[in-house]
Design a protein around this ligand. Sequence first.
Ligand code: AKB
Length: 337
Amino acid sequence: MSKKQVLVTGACGEIGQALIQGLAQRGGYHIVTSDLAPLPKSIQPYVSEHFQGDMLNKTKLFYDYDFEVIYHLAAFLSSKAESMPEEAHKVNVEGTMQLLLLAAYKSEKKSRAVQFFFPSSIAAHGLPDAKTKTAVGCIKEDEWLRPHTMYGANKLYCEDLGNYFSRYYGQRHLEPEPPVMLDFRALRFPGLVSAFTLPSGGTSDYGPEMLHAAAQGKAYACFVRADASLPFMAMPDAVKSIFMLMDAPRPAISQSVYNVSAFSQTAAEFRQRALQAFPGAQISFEPNLLRQGIVDSWPADVDDALARRDWGWQPDYDVDRFFEVYFLPEIRKRYGK
Ligand code: AKB
């Protein structure tokens, strides 16, 4: 049987590495990747071809392939995007636009919908302040869509672009025989935590940074207040949710963008867990105004009832299982503690 050709952009990022391992475990994929960085050794055996460098103006190269699925993960995360908004817009929006055009063209040409996965984020939401955030609690996909960050604005707009290309591109849906359009699907991820990799440039990074620092016996100054609260998810659940969404039959998909959630934690609760696991861990709080402001604008929890209803979403790891079954055993092996 011929292998499914897939493209993974941003392959060297945290989701990219975990996703490629997941694809390799499933088998049957011819994996092509791109990233600014060279491929880490751990995923090299699974990748057939890697394009290294800034792909923004080179997506023409991909027109020679017949990708059945595009996982477009390349992006500047929220804190980095705030310090380089123009660059972030180029990478986050123009990069997505180029790949959507490719997927739209190939879907029509081959009369087969190219599947397009886009990792959106809780950053697509924007709550006015910490007081409102506490008052509203858990929010749905269509609530509070006024992002405060360049990254969040980019994510929200790309969700709309994906929806446009998959339903209304060129108003072709009005033609008597509309062409096959691409199949765009997005998940709004919370902060993701991996035991194997560390994020960079994000604002939810204090969670994983704190835990990895404690496991290595390094002091950590947390850049948000102790009461800062965000939804988080174990990386294996993030990969599971991507596969579940992409495997779902098209008629089951009632919308192109879904919330997914697993557990919410305050920074103080993360610290407490770190202290229990690594007594003597030195974790202090030195809030940074800008990054605290971003966290205050993101929801403390998201309602993922639609994902549960439409394609049976359920995380494997609640907070206890996250620490006891996934994170601590893996991190102890990794750092030998
Ligand atoms: C970030 O902090 O920028 C990301 C996200 C929540 O999308 N981890």
